[in-house]
Design a protein around this ligand. Structure first.
Ligand SMILES: Nc1ncnc2c1ncn2[C@@H]1O[C@H](COP(=O)(O)OP(=O)(O)O)[C@@H](O)[C@H]1O
Ligand SMILES: CC(=O)OP(=O)(O)O
Ligand SMILES: [Mg+2]
Length: 398
């Protein structure tokens, strides 16, 4: 379809895709390929109001997943003739502060950054390679999760570690979820009827990965994820903050090598480690049934958020709004209540009826006239990726 950008968001075991015409605000098709590499794969493709097209079979790797996506477009429509393919790339390091056209140099750079995002970058590259082969004459755009976070000041991105690590190895805080932060902060300004340049915000992106970001005048000034997406908040399967001595301790007392420790903190940590499930709905259900592990997991999870809210309030000095987004932030009123519990003296309160109401809309869940607005804004990374790609290929400011 003319004017449409194909957005690809490749995750460790899934591919989200959407066809978006930014100028025409038209989004005719989207889909999800799930459980890539597992026994029972599944693709669900939506085209307009037609019943969804579903394919259930194994997708051994991301190449097969993308081939299945192309087959879904061929079978269920619309005809696929994108003006660009835009890719979410998780780690852009210090090099990419904005979206770029993909060429061989950009591919090499994404590859070089893979050790910093071993779960994400190689898969993002697989998506780029397949899309280049499928649409050889169409521009490919990379939109980086780190880009929005490159505005961090040195005192926020500098770790107090040896100079050699910082200078030769490039060790620093990068931060992630930037595409989501860019989108929800702009929407927050619209919802509040204020100029983004005059707002101090805290974005709580609570999905499978989770992060907190302090934003002043539209620029990130601190964020909880670090060199990699492991630091900060408690996540579905990631521990977030732990004592950096932990891997060394495990090596000494249990013979665990650094790689295995990092893998466990990333894949077997978080809610999964504490409650036996990394899925918030499941953890809430278990807690409601009296499961003490699940209750502790939730207390640890929400306390960590509250700690970051306090810290970022202190850094910002004045706070206009807190934004909840991501699957948990958007849909779990209890997490919002527990995370903001007892912050009334900071001007942060919830309106219980608004907070508990089920809605997919952008909305305030604080009382009218609150000192700090608490907003729920469904994130839309696909739209933001398409918007930035559209701006790039049309030579506009993103
Ligand atoms: N109604 C709900 N109540 C509580 N948690 C929810 C609800 N809906 C989704 N979630 C949680 O959102 C998380 C997934 O977030 P999402 O942003 O979709 O993930 P991803 O980071 O992979 O994009 C899961 O933990 C899921 O349980
Ligand atoms: C960077 C990151 O954590 O991404 P996700 O939330 O998709 O895992
Ligand atoms: Mg996410």
């Amino acid at each position: 379809m003319a004017g449409h950008i194909l957005v690809l968001n490749t995750g460790s075991s899934s591919i989200k895709y959407e066809l978006v015409d930014v100028a025409g605000r038209d989004r005719p098709a989207r889909g999800l390929v799930e459980r890539i590499g597992e026994e029972r794969g599944r693709l669900v493709h939506h085209h307009g109001d037609a019943p969804p097209y579903v394919a259930e079979r194994p997708f051994p790797d991301h190449g097969e997943g993308l081939a299945a996506m192309l087959a879904a477009f061929a079978e269920a429509g619309p005809a696929l003739d994108p003006v660009a393919v835009a890719h979410r790339v998780v780690h852009g390091g210090a090099r990419f502060g904005r979206a770029v056209l993909v060429d061989d140099g950009v591919i090499a750079a994404i590859e070089e950054l893979a050790p910093l995002a071993p779960l994400h970058n190689p898969i993002n590259l697989a998506g780029i390679r397949v899309a280049r082969a499928a649409f050889p004459s169409v521009p490919q755009v990379a939109v980086f999760d780190t880009a929005f976070q490159l505005s961090l000041p040195p005192e926020a991105y500098t770790y107090a570690v040896p100079r050699d690590w910082r200078e030769r190895l490039g060790v620093r805080r990068f931060g992630f979820h930037g595409t989501s932060c860019a989108y929800v902060s702009r929407r927050a300004a619209a919802l509040l009827g204020r100029d983004l340049a005059e707002l101090n915000l805290i974005v709580l992106h609570l999905g499978n990965g989770a992060s907190a970001t302090a934003i002043a005048g539209g620029r990130s000034i601190d964020t909880s994820m670090g060199l990699t997406p492991l630091e900060g908040l408690v996540m579905g399967t990631r521990s977030g903050d732990v004592d950096p001595a932990l891997p060394g301790y495990l090596a000494r007392v249990d013979g665990l090598d650094a790689e295995s420790a990092e893998d466990a903190l990333g894949h077997a940590g978080g809610l999964l480690a504490l409650a036996g499930s990394g899925d918030m709905r499941e953890v809430r259900a278990r807690a409601a049934n009296g499961d003490e592990d699940a209750r502790l997991a939730l207390a640890v999870y929400t306390r960590r958020i509250r700690k970051y809210v306090g810290a970022y309030y202190a850094l910002l000095g004045r706070l206009d709004a807190i934004i909840f987004t991501g699957g948990v932030g958007e849909n779990d009123p209890q997490t919002r209540t527990e995370a903001l519990n007892n912050l009334g003296r900071l001007g942060i309160t919830l309106d219980p009826a608004r907070n508990d109401a089920t809605s997919q809309d952008e909305r305030a869940v604080s009382p009218d006239g609150s000192e700090v607005a608490v907003l729920v804004i469904p994130t839309d990374e696909e739209w933001e990726i398409a918007r930035q790609a559209h701006a790039l290929i049309n030579g506009e400011q993103p």
